[in-house]
Design a protein around this ligand. Structure first.
Ligand code: HEM
Length: 107
């Protein structure tokens, strides 16, 4: 849905300070978001995650629309002691849109 992707590109402005996505994406303050959906949390090569994020992944946390939505709604509540300093994204529609954008970029 091109309209959703366009809306998601706008939402992604809030993520860009820390995350990249796409062919030339590199780890920055946050890990690259390529291949996000279906991936075990805390597993991008070469990114230094918090212990908490790695532990949640080892305990079975996989990124889906539902888990990304829960994480972004309340990052520190969903994964205590994770190191993403982001207030969050309260509107599920914004999460849908940003995920559509991420997937359109090869995420
Ligand atoms: C981790 C999404 C904004 C910094 C993550 C993860 C996701 C995510 C899904 C987990 C990745 C993984 O397990 O590989 C987003 C989205 C954002 C956003 C969609 C915008 C809506 C930000 C911002 C910052 C940031 C603004 C920096 C101020 C980080 C860091 C981690 C992370 C440091 C690693 C956390 C840890 O290891 O505990 N983000 N993020 N993110 N993000 Fe973000």
């Amino acid at each position: 849905d091109p309209a959703l992707v366009a809306a998601g590109e706008k939402v992604f402005k809030k993520c860009k300070a820390c995350h990249q996505v796409g062919e030339d994406a590199k780890n920055r303050v946050g890990p690259v978001l390529n291949g996000l959906i279906g991936r075990q949390a805390g597993t991008v090569d070469g990114f230094k995650y918090s212990k908490s994020m790695i532990q949640h992944g080892e305990d079975g946390l996989v990124w889906t629309e539902e888990t990304v939505e829960a994480y972004l709604a309340d990052p520190k509540g969903y994964i205590p002691k994770n190191k993403m300093s982001f207030a969050g994204l309260k509107d599920p529609e914004d999460v849908k849109a940003v995920l559509a954008y991420i997937e359109s970029q090869g995420g």
